[in-house]
Design a protein around this ligand. Structure first.
Ligand code: UDP
Ligand code: MG
Length: 306
């Protein structure tokens, strides 16, 4: 009999957890010939998330939890869940019911019968999300797709069911900077995409704010692409050629314009600062990797989880 592990990262999700447990268990109970575990990862919540998880794990021994010592971020929470999972198939889904549990049936069919290694949900719209966030996310994924030459299109989130082989491959990647969407794409394997419409959060608010999303986007960009360094080189070369041509032009025609000079100096110094910052990003990534710090620190686990 196959076992499905469902990994659920939770950060301040007290309002939705009971509903999530009810809906997801209902669907899992309907899938024939399987056993399952619900593996909640409390990512340093400040509300009553942990109390609810404790109660759930006492009530139902298929529910287990790991609780972090502080908020390490969703990527770290997903990693911890994958590491603790023991199922033949592992699902990652959000706690807020934005990932419809009913799709688990179709996902299980794809991985257990149709021969796929992974079945992932692709959100086809973003109704209910802010227009600015919508636009920025869309642009980000377009740029990433081009830069990384990896399949990371908009809407392809973390909601997926994977084979044990794929999960083990992801766990083999020991890097500190874990941008999951990039890691999924990096390990490869046959993925079936199933489309679903965006649903509003069942309760509570999104745990992302602009600065968190910006940091997440930068993480993705600098961990999975070295294209910005190539751009720097190209732009630098172009500026050098342009300045040589301008010097030659200045020798032929007499030009004096203080204003233009000041503009040029300001522009170039800004450009240099930007380039230094981009290079710095790669160096900090390397710096973080070299420290070999743990990706997360566990404070408490449910009794039935070693
Ligand atoms: N989450 C987490 N740690 C964080 C932020 C979010 O574990 O630092 C979890 C959150 O509890 C939820 C999932 O990641 O289960 C997705 O978060 P959210 O619904 O806030 O994101 P959105 O749907 O707005 O992209
Ligand atoms: Mg959500």
């Amino acid at each position: 009999m196959n076992k499905i592990s469902v990994v659920v990262p939770c950060f301040n999700e007290e309002e939705v957890l009971s509903m999530f447990y009810k809906k997801t268990s209902e669907v899992l109970n309907e899938i024939e010939d399987i056993t399952y575990e619900l593996l909640f990862v409390d990512d340093g919540s400040k509300d009553h998330t942990k109390d609810i998880l404790r109660a759930l794990s006492l009530k139902d021994d298929r529910c287990e939890f790991v609780s972090f010592s502080r908020n390490f971020g969703k990527e770290a929470a997903m990693f911890a869940g994958l590491k603790k999972s023991s199922g033949d198939y592992v699902v990652i889904m959000d706690a807020d019911l934005q990932h419809p549990p009913v799709l688990l049936k179709e996902m299980y069919k794809a991985v257990s019968e149709e021969g796929y290694d992974c079945c992932a949900g692709k959100r086809v719209d973003r109704t209910g999300e802010g227009k600015i966030r919508n636009f920025l996310s869309h642009t980000f994924y377009k740029v990433m797709q081009k830069m990384c030459k990896m399949d990371m299109s908009d809407g392809c989130g973390d909601f997926r069911m994977m084979s044990r082989q794929m999960v083990d491959a992801i766990l083999e990647l020991k890097e500190y900077n874990r941008y999951m969407k990039g890691l999924f794409s990096f390990v490869g394997f046959d993925t079936k995409w199933i489309e679903f419409h965006n649903v509003q959060r069942a309760a509570g608010n999104s745990k992302w704010n602009f600065s968190k999303l910006f940091a997440y986007a930068m993480e993705g960009m600098f961990s999975f692409s070295t294209a910005p360094i190539v751009w720097i080189g190209n732009i630098g070369t172009a500026i050098m050629i342009a300045s040589i041509l301008m010097t030659l032009f200045g020798l032929l025609v007499h030009v004096t314009s203080m204003f233009h000079l000041v503009c040029l100096i300001l522009f170039l110094s800004g450009l240099q600062m930007l380039f230094v910052a981009i290079l710095g990003q790669y160096m900090t990534k390397d710096y973080m990797e070299s420290k070999q710090r743990p990706i997360y620190i566990v404070k408490e686990t449910s009794k039935n989880l070693s």
